[in-house]
Write a protein that binds this ligand. Sequence first.
Ligand code: FUL
Length: 459
Amino acid sequence: MKRPLVAENRFAAFALLISTICLSLGKALAADPLPSPSPQQLAWQRHEFIAFAHFGMNTFTDREWGEGNEDPKLFNPTDFDARQWAAVLKDSGVKLLILTAKHHDGFCLWPSQFTEHCVKNSPWRGGKGDVVREVVDALREKQIRVGLYLSPWDRNQPTYGDSPKYNEHFRNQLRELLTHYGPIDEVWFDGACGEGPNGKKQEYDWPGYYALIRQLQPNALIAISGPDIRWVGNESGAAREDESSVVKRGDQLAWHPAECDVSIRPGWFYHQSEDSKVKSLASLADIYFKSVGRNSVLLLNIPPDRRGRIAEADVTRLKELRAFLDQIYATDYIRSATITVPSQSDATHGENQLNDGDLGTYWMPAAGQTTAQVEFDLGQPRTFNVARIQENIALGERVQAYHVEVLADSKWRTVTAGRVIGQKQLRRFPAVTAREVRLVIDQACAPPAISEFGLHFND
Ligand code: FUL
């Protein structure tokens, strides 16, 4: 139902994504400087798992898209508790939360001086409340980073469609959000651009919005309809195999990592009727493998309910997910393996850095080699079905083809193979029992820099 109006920009981003090319570049890429992340993009990619909270007028009207003419008095959470959100997120391993400060209906969760359509005219906290403030404070107490969703499409604002006027209004709102709440790490722009009053078409001033963000919050990443983080192209939480952070923009290559947004429930907002439709653990685990495990960031939406709390069903499922992930990562047969390299490793980037648990250190073959192999002796036969491979993406995505082999019945056989590694690959395959394992880099556009390798068992 949201498809027809979902951003032109999101589809433009998708077209761009289709032309993702790191791998097909082969030698050409080696000649060019290798794209690599900004320090902010690098930190963000290493978060791996972040969350969305869709909360606002729609929570109280039981809708997904409001019309913009809702009475602000309808917004009235009965037991609002941002600390409960922060505690649940912390326990789940979420590193950043993006709050819908304003969705398409235009209702603002902070007391904006530029509109009456906001919390100050609601009965909640006697009209003195500020959801953004409470959420930001609760997140910071738990060292969770903050992102904000500010919908450019605004169905309430009378100036919408009167392009210069609305652009000014939108910049005013951005300025409020980016100056009153401390450091903001991600600004999330959906590109939806519905009709204004009398069929007027709003032209968004994207360059102006970006310039203001850069000025006020130079460390904030601008996502989706923005230059720093791209939409993966679907809302089901699945990246493609070999999803790359390197995309083609005109004649140039750029670093534009993928974010997989998906809701824990069918809708983006809370609906009591969906309490029994919270995604199963199996489905969330699959999403995790297909997003985090495919070199992308998982942005999981967890919509608070009408009390202003994360509902019990969601809390339970998040606990299950955390336990599942902890159990997978807890056993890593490479941690105690003996590692050897048939040819030589680089003098400062030896093979023992592959299992030190530190993403900043890495193994690199000697003498500028772009193919290489590393062997692991697990000490005794072990049963595993997940290989974890991580590049040091601070140096770009270098690997263009790799595979993992195991020695079983005196024969080496390939259990998984791929092209992109990037921040993290979690490669699933039928369980195999073996003592000797090899990671083979078949092709790379520069000497490969592999941070970590792991072997796990997914029950
Ligand atoms: C979409 C919006 O239209 C949905 O309501 C939701 O906010 C989703 C994350 O982005 O484009």
